[in-house]
Design a protein around this ligand. Sequence first.
Ligand code: ZN
Length: 209
Amino acid sequence: MSVETQANSVSKGKKPTRKLNGPVDLERIAAAVREILLAVGENPDREGLRETPERVARMYEEMFSGLRQDPAVVLRKTFTQKYDEMVLVKNIGFESMCEHHLLPFLGKAHIAYVPNGRIVGLSKLARIVEILSRRPQVQERMNEELADLVMQELDARGVGVVLEASHTCMAIRGIRKADSVCTTSALRGVFLTNQSTRTEFLAHIQTGK
Ligand code: ZN
């Protein structure tokens, strides 16, 4: 991996405290994972576990890559368009990490907005979901952040965002309800003030899954 190459090219005998492909300290994660393995009574040096700490470190780097990206930038390229009906992108799949247990929660996002003269490429909505999900998250906050972002960056007349997700921290531990789905929503602007906009949005996301 390029991680090693980059780190080696600048280290002059002295080990850098951070790998230079970004602010993720892979060595530190790996050391911590090794500690966890020791703490639960495992032998991190046995064959099957030997590469696990580094592997987990790279996994966290990927799962938390959204910490090093600004979703607002994604929405800055807009197009002027006279269109004042609802724009809806639904079933945007995401995988995030619950910040309480560092276990994944997986689901889909539905994002709708009513433009105010400016629209954004549809794939950009999927992109901001990707960025915000690749952080330690709680579903409620991710939902609010998505709504506020679209509202602010597009200066939209209104925004509706619904997230549906299953949380592995509920499935594999604690209460162990594997089939439960958590639904959250955040409404802004005309989605709050106009009943028919809200009804249209909810009707769209409930049909044709
Ligand atoms: Zn959790």
